[in-house]
Write a protein that binds this ligand. Sequence first.
Ligand SMILES: *Cc1c(COP(=O)(O)O)cnc(C)c1O
Length: 483
Amino acid sequence: MAEEPTARTTESIAFRSALDVIRGVEPRVADAIGAELADQRESLKLIASENYASPAVLLAMGNWFSDKYAEGTVGRRFYAGCRNVDTVEALAAEHAREIFGAAHAYVQPHSGIDANLVAFWAVLSQRVESPALHKAGVRQVNDLTEADWSALRRELGNQRMLGMSLDAGGHLTHGFRPNISGKMFDQRSYGTDPATGLVDYDALRESAREFRPLIIIAGYSAYPRLVNFRIMREIADEVGATLMVDMAHFAGLVAGKVLTGDFDPVPHAQIVTTTTHKSLRGPRGGMVLCDSELAEHVDRGCPMVLGGPLPHVMAAKAVALAEARQPGFHDYARRIVDNSQALAEGLLKRGARLVTGGTDNHIVLLDVSGYGLTGRQAEAALLDSGIVTNRNSVPQDPNGAWYTSGIRLGTPALTTRGLGTAEMDEIAALIDTVLAATAPGTGADGKPSKAKYALDAAVAQQVAGRATDLLAGFPLYPGIDLS
Ligand SMILES: *Cc1c(COP(=O)(O)O)cnc(C)c1O
């Protein structure tokens, strides 16, 4: 009897074959890769910084581009034989310039943190180093006298930066002491208005006038509203600062033209950094966009602060950016925000408390103190119920950055999976059910604990079951069957 033809798609064949090759060398790695797909398929992922890259993006990373050294820039390499690397790096940069309307794009940074370091040093190079070289009448640092070099080094290490505070949603790399940016710069923070939860531009302006920073940095990881970059630039211009925007989280919303006008950072900031793997849905990586005056300084990112470029990741960036130029990406970005707003409404109507009372982007920041819980307790109870989130501080958080009072929710990943506003309302109900069924625990000393909690096991089981059912209707990577 003839065999039934098996329904293997091209994607299934590609990934199965890749795993077979890996299995021939180290089967445990092949198994872990397969298990990771299974885990991702089963988890209701509301981590605001995560997404699911397409099969094309994933495959563009696994090849011999990984073997090439390509220090330098397109057409100007320190290594021979970079013609194909030039092709993919130039393509990724071109797509990025077109999507974002930027004068220049540098696609070598390995991550968002690396992109920020490249940007900081580009601004320091443009605004501190270049004038010093000019004043000394030399072309490069090697030509400075010992005394001039020593003076320049002190000056490079003595600049000021104004960045959003961590509890308002800012990022550790925006000048905070545990990060190298906080050791490089004398940093002052701006925050949000306690009454509205929104960025307080008047206070920011006051602070900038007094502090006179070299850099004002905007951008966030946990702010559920829009930032007006036109106002930010006005303030920066008034005090002679360079405006840098870190759009790591919301680059997908900019690419998808949901954030336009005053809310699109690219026309307003001199320099913009991003990750490529969050809402932009590409490979893990970073990118810097800038105006033409900063371009030559940004292009020195490697070897200034970056290790050698990763050509296989640049190839995947080119693929992801090509995807982001397709009309469907606009629709995707729109649905991210629709879903986030539906999730927020679903929570609000069940009595939950949200930081700023709602959302304009992909983030919902749930203040769980209304349930009598810390962020850590809420995060753990939700995880027990099959819902993956992360705890996050809220403005003026009484529980600090470790235990916190908030849960950050984000919709880019579930939107990629195809879930819509009806599902978001149901997820809001599940979250509310779990948190209402969770009680804070007591420590060994009999005092209230910020970590221990008691969750009704029947509720956890019922919610996890419901989450599984919900996801079953929206298969992740439907074209890939590894069985
Ligand atoms: C995620 C994030 C980063 C860091 O990105 P990595 O790729 O993890 O280095 C930097 N800035 C902001 C605002 C972020 O949200």
